[in-house]
Design a protein around this ligand. Structure first.
Ligand code: NAX
Length: 327
């Protein structure tokens, strides 16, 4: 009998939580051989709703689900946690200034980082989904001095998957025929979805699609997809975001295939001119334990400018949270 892995999900009663928990409990996050114990963190007023979701999880009779704990106590939520999925965040509401948004999220992610530092398992892996994801991950990591910063990651896998889908549709090929796509920078409208190194069934993507489509359709479609989903669905991406979170953790623990990489927000070591310590999206590989930034790619002038613009936004966010005393 393998000991169950403890998986903590914050914002468990939210819409991403609802799409995510059943996939974790069914074994899709950590594989068919790893039982999981779910730890659900919610704000007090949403604990009852989380209990309802837990009743449904029970009713699925998932063989791998070893138990469910529900709490509004941040310390209890991360005690012994192996995988932390930080989904709950304060959304930007109409008229809210960026400083207010960052403050509200600092109030969430600073204590969560501290609780991870205090009680999580030695091998804890953290994925921040809640926006602004990169900067929330930066805040959490800053409050966890004993946990290697490399364990704090921000989700850009949804952007990566969106890019795969757009390129596959345009070229009439399958998504699994595409290699070496990259999302660079911030998980925001400034992100740079980069197909300059991508291949589709072995052919360079740049031979299959023209530069005008890339600049005028591909990049803005991927970068603004979240807004397009809200406009069409009347609610933000939920199942696709949960799917990307599952993909991110699954790739982290299984490793990337030898002939490909993926995209994730990871702490910069200064690669590609991204200031050290920022959590930025890069092309990354995993060996099943840790992520590595793919080294030594040449960036052309257009790519350089797009990456620099997104990194400038990350720097501004870092300066803002420093000025607010959140890190
Ligand atoms: P919901 O508003 O449906 O759910 C959020 C849940 O978090 C609520 O139940 C709320 O009570 C809870 N919560 C708030 N503060 C909390 C705290 N301190 N501790 C524990 N729980 C807390 O939002 P949902 O649609 O699930 O989205 C969650 C987050 O994901 C948002 O910040 C959203 O912007 C972000 N997204 C990030 C994406 C990415 O690619 N990185 C894509 C999808 C999504 O937009």
């Amino acid at each position: 009998e393998k000991t169950p892995a403890v998986v903590t999900v914050t914002g468990a009663a939210g819409q991403i939580g609802y799409a995510l928990l059943f996939r974790i409990a069914s074994g899709q996050l950590l594989g068919p051989d790893t039982p999981v114990r779910l730890r659900l963190l919610e704000v007090p007023q949403a604990v009852r709703a989380a209990e309802g979701t837990a009743m449904e999880l029970d009713d699925c009779a998932f063989p791998l689900l070893a138990g469910i704990d529900i709490t509004d106590d941040v310390r209890a939520a991360f005690d012994g946690t192996n995988v932390a999925l930080l989904v709950g965040a304060r959304p930007r509401t109409a008229g809210m200034e960026r400083g207010d948004l960052l403050s509200a999220n600092g109030g969430i992610f600073a204590p969560q980082g501290a609780a991870i530092n205090a009680g999580a398992a030695d091998d804890v892996k953290v994925l921040v989904v809640g926006n602004p994801a990169n900067t929330n991950a930066f805040i959490a990591a800053s409050h966890a001095p004993d946990v290697p910063a490399e364990r704090f990651t921000a989700m850009t896998r949804l952007d990566h998957n969106r890019a795969l889908a757009q390129l596959a549709a345009r070229t009439g090929r399958r998504v699994d025929e595409i290699r070496h796509l990259t999302i660079w920078g911030n998980h925001s409208a400034t992100q740079f979805p980069d197909l300059t190194r991508a291949t589709v069934a072995g052919t360079p993507a740049t031979d299959l699609v023209d530069a005008a489509w890339v600049a005028d359709t591909f990049i803005p479609t991927v970068a603004k997809r979240g807004a397009a989903i809200i406009e069409a669905r009347g609610a933000s991406s939920a199942a696709s975001a949960a799917n990307a979170a599952v993909d991110h953790v699954r790739t982290w623990v299984d490793g990337t295939p030898a002939d490909d990489w993926t995209s994730a927000g990871v702490v910069s070591d200064g690669s590609y001119g991204v200031p050290e310590g920022l959590i930025s999206s890069f092309p990354v590989t995993s060996d099943g334990t840790s992520w590595s930034i793919v080294p030594d790619l040449e960036l052309d002038a257009d790519s350089r400018a797009r990456l620099d613009a997104s990194v400038a936004e990350l720097v501004e966010e870092r300066e803002a949270v420093r000025a607010l005393g959140l890190v």
